[in-house]
Design a protein around this ligand. Structure first.
Ligand code: P1T
Length: 391
């Protein structure tokens, strides 16, 4: 099946007792047993839930999980993107070493540095993986895992996934890609050799800003077995209603991503020419420092696609950015991204406040940086909103 079909049919089958085309939202917390240990494969809803399974099978199919013999083909859904990351980090033991991309969602950075460095004795090296050679230089005899975001949040740097997967294999490291910004429609890390793809399902997968969730997908049977154990043992699962909402959202993921990309490409081109914009980063623009990699790695229907996220640095300082952000109307000033509606935010004050100021400065997350999540509204309406706020 192609992706446009998988979003609708991947891992799905009509419900056996009624033929319902969409899975019922299965709220029961427990399942009756005929005799101790004799049941229909469902014991307790933390361990097994049919609605969550339907979502997990669908995302596993989109990301190319397909672990034979696993109940969901290697897909696992969690209460949030960060809950999925927290469970994934349990794959490694205390005192071991992680190499992480230097630009990450602020909450991902916070989980590693302010929680797991203390509670798990995790050692984390933050490396600018735009040059994958820097990864090999950071490997120690305790390194176990490479954590990548591409495009990164918020500076939209790219990481060559095939190159990093090769490094991971050479050194026997687990490779994880947070694929939230691209979505599986544009980029599939497992196909490029990664071990695990991760998502904040809160974003493009759900797509309607009405559910918080997280996903891990693997195609390695050994990792699927360990993740299945930990999903149940730790228990930060996605509930049935949110599983249903994300699954429902995914039905239109392919068609939404087309419009997100088309709108963002148009807006990025116009912003790049705008006199009040000092600098813009968008993977679909030739001016992106890794445009060639973007064209190779991020594709939609066989054509290059830049995604729906744009980052701009405005001329002026914090007050000018504040004025701009207060004056947009169609773009809602809010954290998050990937919904049908356009959002805009100020990472230094909002999503990346937990990244220390010196690190923000080194990454370019300045007071004049604004991040746009371009929605699927009419592009001329969106442009009028931005242009009048810039004026
Ligand atoms: O919010 P949650 O579902 O827990 O997902 C965390 C997360 C993980 N990875 C990436 C790349 C993310 O962007 C996020 C969440 N990001 C935002 C809320 C934001 O506005 O950037």
């Amino acid at each position: 099946m192609n992706l446009e079909t998988k979003v609708i049919h991947g891992g799905q089958r009509p419900e056996s007792s009624t033929g319902a085309v969409m899975p019922p939202v299965s709220f029961s917390s427990t399942y009756v047993q005929e005799s101790p240990g004799v049941h229909k494969g469902f014991e307790y809803s933390r361990s097994h839930n049919p609605t969550r399974y339907a979502l997990e099978r669908c995302v596993a199919s989109l990301e190319g999980g397909q672990v034979a013999g696993d109940a969901t083909g290697g897909g696992f859904a969690f209460a949030s993107g960060l809950a999925s990351m927290a469970t994934c980090l349990e794959l490694i033991d205390s005192g071991e070493h992680v190499i992480a991309m230097d630009d990450l969602y602020g909450g991902s950075y916070r989980l590693m540095t302010r929680v797991r460095e203390r509670s798990q004795g995790l050692k984390v090296s933050y490396v600018d993986m735009t040059d994958p050679k820097r990864i090999e230089a950071a490997i120690t005899d305790r390194t176990k895992l490479i954590w990548v975001e591409t495009p990164t949040n918020p500076t939209l740097k790219l990481v060559d996934l095939a190159a990093v997967a090769a490094i991971g294999r050479r050194h026997n490291l687990i490779t994880v890609c947070d694929n939230t910004f691209a979505s599986p429609i544009l980029q599939r890390p497992l196909e490029l050799g990664f071990d695990i793809a991760m998502h904040s399902a809160t974003k493009y997968l759900g797509g309607h800003s009405d559910a918080v969730g997280g996903i891990l997908v693997t195609n390695r049977p050994d990792l699927a077995e360990r993740l299945r154990f930990m999903q149940n043992a730790i228990g930060s699962i996605l509930g049935p209603m949110d599983s249903y909402l994300v699954l429902r959202g995914i039905k239109t993921l392919a068609i939404r991503m087309e419009r997100h990309c088309r709108n963002a490409a148009e807006i990025a081109t116009r912003l790049e020419a705008h006199p009040r914009v000092e600098r813009i980063v968008y993977p679909g623009l030739e001016s992106h420092p890794q445009h060639a990699l973007a064209q190779k790695q991020m594709r939609l229907g066989g054509e290059p696609a830049g995604g729906g996220m744009i980052t701009i640095w405005l001329k002026g300082g914090l007050n000018d950015s504040r004025r701009f952000l207060q004056r947009v109307h169609l773009f809602s000033l809010a954290e998050s991204l990937g919904g049908v509606e356009s959002l805009i935010e100020h990472p230094a004050i909002m999503t990346h406040a937990s990244v220390p100021p010196d690190k923000r400065k080194a990454l370019g997350i300045d007071d004049n940086l604004c991040r746009l999540s371009v929605g699927i509204e009419n592009v001329e309406d969106l442009w009028r909103d931005l242009e009048s706020a810039l004026r």
